[in-house]
Design a protein around this ligand. Structure first.
Ligand SMILES: Cc1cc2nc3c(=O)[nH]c(=O)nc-3n(C[C@H](O)[C@H](O)[C@H](O)COP(=O)(O)O)c2cc1C
Length: 188
C-alpha cells in the first residue's frame, strides 16, 4: 500500500434518533476534516446501515460498511450520551467487524444535553474500542448543551468549538500516521 496516499478517516454518526443533535456535530466535524490536507473522509450514518437485530457480530456484516472500516486508517465516532452510555445501535454496528479495526486510531466526540460534553459516554465507550483493537487518543471532542449549540439549519452558534475540533483532529491525525507507519514497517 502506498504510504503517501491520503489518510482515510471516516466520521461515524452514532445514533439513529429522530431530531438527533449529534447529526449537526458529526456534519461539522466531517466538514472540518475536509479542511485538513492529506485527509479524506466519508460520512457514515448508522441509521442508514440498517443492520438486522435478529443476530449480532460478524454474522451480520454489511459489505459496504466493512469495506469502509478496512479502508479506514482511523475513525471519528460522534456519540450522544444516553443515560451515561452509548446507543446500543452503535455498538451493534461496531460489533460487525473486528480485524478491520486492528491498530487503527479512534477519536470520540461526545455529545450531551448536559454540561459535561459527553464525558461519561466517552469513558464508557473506551473499553469497547480497546477490545475491538482500536487505539484511542487522549484528546476528545466535547459538545455540551448540544441542543442549543446549532440553529435550525445546523449552523454552529459558538465558533470556539472550531479551534477545539482542530486540536482534536491534530492529535488524531498524528496517531493515525504513527499507527500506519508502524503497521507497515514494524513487525509484530
Ligand atoms: C434516552 C436518552 C438518554 C439521555 N441521557 C442523557 C444523559 O445521561 N446525559 C445528558 O447530558 N444528556 C442525556 N440525553 C440527552 C442527549 O445527550 C441529547 O439529546 C444530546 O443532544 C445528544 O443526543 P442526540 O444526538 O440524540 O440529540 C439523553 C437523551 C436520550 C434520548
Amino acid at each position: 500500500m502506498d504510504a503517501n496516499r491520503p489518510l482515510f478517516i471516516p466520521v461515524i454518526l452514532g445514533t439513529a434518533r429522530q431530531g438527533r443533535a449529534s447529526e449537526h456535530v458529526a456534519r461539522l466535524v466531517f466538514e472540518e476534516i475536509g479542511k485538513r490536507a492529506g485527509v479524506e473522509s466519508e460520512f457514515i450514518d448508522i441509521r442508514a446501515l440498517s443492520f438486522p437485530t435478529t443476530d449480532a457480530g460478524e454474522a451480520i456484516k454489511n459489505t459496504e460498511f466493512s469495506a469502509q472500516m478496512s479502508r479506514a486508517d482511523a475513525l471519528v465516532l460522534v456519540v450522544p450520551e444516553y443515560n451515561h452510555g452509548y446507543p446500543g445501535l452503535l455498538k451493534h454496528a461496531l460489533d460487525t467487524n473486528l480485524k478491520e479495526y486492528i491498530h487503527k486510531a479512534a477519536g470520540i466526540c461526545g455529545v450531551s444535553a448536559g454540561g459535561f460534553g459527553g464525558t461519561r459516554v466517552i469513558e464508557n465507550l473506551l473499553p469497547v474500542l480497546r477490545e475491538l483493537g482500536l487505539v484511542t487518543i487522549f484528546w476528545d471532542g466535547n459538545f455540551s448543551g448540544a441542543r442549543k449549540l446549532f440553529d435550525e439549519s445546523g449552523k454552529l452558534l459558538d465558533d470556539s468549538y472550531i479551534k477545539r475540533i482542530h486540536t482534536f483532529l491534530k492529535e488524531l491525525i498524528w496517531m493515525t500516521k504513527v499507527l500506519r507507519y508502524g503497521s507497515k514497517n514494524i513487525t509484530l
